[in-house]
Design a protein around this ligand. Sequence first.
Ligand code: CA
Length: 193
Amino acid sequence: MAPQTGHLRDAMHHLRHARGLRSIINRRETNKRILIAEDDRVLADGLMRALRGTGAAVDHLASGSEADAALMTNREFDLLILDLGLPRMHGLEVLRNLRAGGSSLPVLILTAADSVDERVKGLDFGADDYMAKPFSLQELEARVRALLRRRMGGAGDVIRHGPLVYEQAGRVASIEGKMIDLSAREPGLLEVL
Ligand code: CA
C-alpha cells in the first residue's frame, strides 16, 4: 500500500466528522450575493424574483451613482448585473470605476438589443458577459450560474477542517501540509461527502 493511504484515511475521518461540511459546501453554491443595477422596475422585479428563487441574496439599486457607491464600499458581492442605460451615472462609467479599483467581480451587462457598440464597449471595459434586451430569464439564470461557477473555481475556494485542507479548484487535498495523492475517483468522493 502506498504511504498516502494513511493520509487518505485520515482525510476521510476528518470529513466524516466535519459536522455541517456538506451544508458549508451547499451554502457556497447557493448563498451568493448578487447586486442588480437596473432602473426598469418591472424588469428588476422579475430578475429579483428569478434569482432569489435560486437561493441567492439579491440587492437592487436603480441608479448608476448608487450602484457605484455600493460597489466602492461593499466587497461582499459575488456578481453584478448591470444595466448600461442607468440614470445619474452610465453603466459603462460604473464598470470602469469598478475595474479601475482593481475589482475582479463578475459583471453581466444588460444592453439594448440594437446596440452592438455598447456591448463591445462593455466587454472592452471588463464585463464578463452580456444579455441584450429583451432576454429570457431562463437564459439569464444559466449565464448567472456559469459566471458564479467560474468564480467558485477561483483560487479562494478552499475548505479547511482541522488539519485537512481541500482545494476544490485544483482538487488537491493535504493534511498538515502533506499532499494527499488523490486518484481520479477520490476527489469526487470528497465532494460528495
Ligand atoms: Ca435602463
